[in-house]
Structure formats: structure tokens, C-alpha cells
Design a binder for this molecule. Structure first.
Ligand SMILES: C[S@@+](CC[C@H](N)C(=O)[O-])C[C@H]1O[C@@H](n2cnc3c(N)ncnc32)[C@H](O)[C@@H]1O
Length: 280
């Protein structure tokens, strides 16, 4: 790292360590992605004719409206299909078959999944692909409905278009890639048959639960609240997720994420994979 970037990095760390706790967010969650985030914040500062992040900090101290703008700059939207393969293998082998059997015994057999912080749709579409292709699943037993939400309208538009750079498929089994995607210029397009399982909606996980009121059998909440929010924020999200589920429902976090200690009724089902089950 050259002298200039060391200075920029020091300024970035100081800025984030000052701003994040004021926004219910954790510095530790941002440590690895700080350069990416500070690039966006510096661009915003320049738009306002503010030459440095210290100037931007002074601006924030005077203009309370600007915090909303900063909040939107802090979202990290990195994702890919089948991210953390062993987690999706476990979901295909253990979770979805159990949920499908449970649904089969109900009057209206459907498995309801909520992918919260779904980015460009890679995560919910991976579940849809798994439902169609996984050999451990008899998907005639139930229907699959996935609600996929994100705070950002831009990523949701991309998710609905379902066009991806081939690199985002690199963890998907080759057979699934061939069967589900077709070339479309320099990107690949997901076939409509897999898209029909997923409904996208804009939603902030810090607000009330999404409309509809139905309970979910499986919630994916990965690399979002439990990485970036402070403990109070994480507890609030956990309360909402609990309200959105029933006993026996499953919650999947990112592999390196944990639930706030002593909170809630989710217990580890496979802790090393970030998989928890509601046990009350
Ligand atoms: C790092 S991506 C993770 C995507 C996917 N869950 C995965 O694990 O690959 C985090 C996503 O959460 C979204 N997000 C951030 N804050 C949010 C909030 N308060 N409510 C809903 N979504 C949020 C971001 O816009 C981003 O698309």
C-alpha cells in the first residue's frame, strides 16, 4: 500500500469508527469491506464539494438529513449462486426434504421461504434451482414459495431481470448451469421456470414484517443484519424473524455469523454452517 492509500485508509477507518456506532452498525462487520464502502462515501463527499471524509463528518454533524443518504451507502451487495456450498448442500439434504414432508401433511402443502437481503436474487434462485434439481427432494410433495426482499430497489430490479455474469455461477453444479441458464450476450439468463417460485419486494429488515402475514418455514438472513448491525439491532431483527416463523422453522445465517447471546428461541441445528431451528 502506498503512502497516499495508507492515509486514505486511516481516514476511512477513523470515519467509519465514528459514524457506524451512531447508526446502529458494527465496525467489525465493515473491517474487510471498508475500502469498497469508503470509495462510495468519498464519491458522495466530492459530489458535495467536500474534499475529505473529515469535512464530510462535519457536514453530517450539521445536516441530519444526510444520515439517511449515508445509510444507503453502507449496504454491501456482494453475492453469488450457491454461496457457501456446504450450507446449500445441507439445506438440500436435510432441511428442504423435512419441510416438504411437513408441508405435505398440512391442508395446503407449500414450503414458504423468506430470503431477506436477497441482493440480485442469487440466494433465492439457488433455493429454486435446488428444489427442481436436488435428488434428495421429492418436490411433488409440496409447492415452493419464496419471498425475496432487499432494501435496495436497484438490486431488486436486477434480480427480476435474472441476468448474471457467468462468474456468479461458478459454485453451481455444472449440470444445473447448463439446464437452467442460456447465453444472452455477455451474460447468462435464468429460465422462467425457476423464476416463477420467487416473488421480489422492497423491504427494510429494521421495519415491520413484509405484507402478507404468513409464517415462513425457512428464513435466509445471511451477511446482512448479523454482520453489519450492532447488538441491539440484531436483537430487534431476531425478534422480527421469530414473529415470522413457527416452532420447527429454520433460520440460516452466514457461516461466520452468530445470533446475539441468550436471545430468542432458535437453537443451533448445525452451528458450523450457521443453521438454527426454532425450538419452542
Ligand atoms: C452482502 S449482501 C448478501 C446477499 C445474500 N444474502 C448472500 O448471502 O449472498 C447483503 C444484502 O442485504 C441488503 N440489506 C442491507 N441492509 C438491509 C436492510 N436493512 N433491510 C433489507 N436488506 C438489507 C443489501 O442491500 C444487500 O443486498
Amino acid at each position: 500500500m502506498g503512502l497516499i492509500s495508507v492515509t486514505a485508509d486511516t481516514e476511512c477507518v477513523a470515519f467509519l469508527q465514528w459514524a457506524l456506532p451512531r447508526m446502529g452498525r458494527r465496525w467489525e462487520g465493515y473491517r474487510k469491506v471498508r475500502r469498497r464502502v469508503c470509495k462510495k462515501i468519498s464519491r458522495r463527499a466530492l459530489e458535495l464539494n467536500l474534499p475529505s471524509l473529515s469535512d464530510y463528518r462535519r457536514y453530517l454533524e450539521e445536516d441530519l438529513q444526510e444520515w439517511r443518504y449515508l445509510d444507503a451507502l453502507l449496504d454491501v451487495t456482494i453475492s453469488r449462486f450457491y454461496r457457501d456450498r456446504s450450507v446449500f448442500d445441507f439445506i438440500a439434504a436435510e432441511i428442504l426434504p423435512t419441510l416438504a414432508r411437513r408441508a405435505h401433511m398440512a391442508d395446503h402443502p407449500s414450503v414458504r421461504v423468506w430470503s431477506t437481503g436477497c441482493a440480485n436474487g442469487e440466494e433465492p434462485y439457488t433455493i429454486a434451482l435446488m428444489w427442481e434439481f436436488s435428488t434428495s427432494l421429492d418436490n411433488s410433495e409440496a409447492e415452493l414459495h419464496i419471498l425475496a426482499t432487499d432494501i435496495k430497489a436497484t438490486v431488486l430490479r436486477r434480480a427480476e431481470d435474472a441476468l448474471y455474469p457467468r462468474s456468479s455461477l461458478k459454485d453451481l453444479p455444472a449440470r444445473w448451469q447448463e439446464a437452467a441458464f442460456s447465453e444472452s450476450g455477455d451474460v447468462v439468463a435464468l429460465a422462467p421456470r425457476f423464476r416463477q417460485h420467487v416473488t421480489f419486494a422492497q423491504h427494510d429488515i429494521r421495519e415491520n414484517l413484509p405484507d402478507g402475514g404468513s409464517l415462513f418455514d425457512l428464513i435466509m438472513c445471511r451477511y446482512q443484519a448479523f454482520t453489519y448491525f450492532d447488538e441491539a439491532g440484531q436483537r430487534n431483527v431476531l425478534d422480527s424473524l421469530t414473529q415470522a416463523t413457527r416452532p420447527g422453522s429454520v433460520l440460516v445465517l452466514g457461516r461466520r455469523e452468530t445470533l446475539p447471546s441468550g436471545a430468542g428461541s432458535f437453537r443451533p441445528l448445525e452451528q458450523s454452517l450457521g443453521v438454527f431451528k426454532r425450538c419452542d
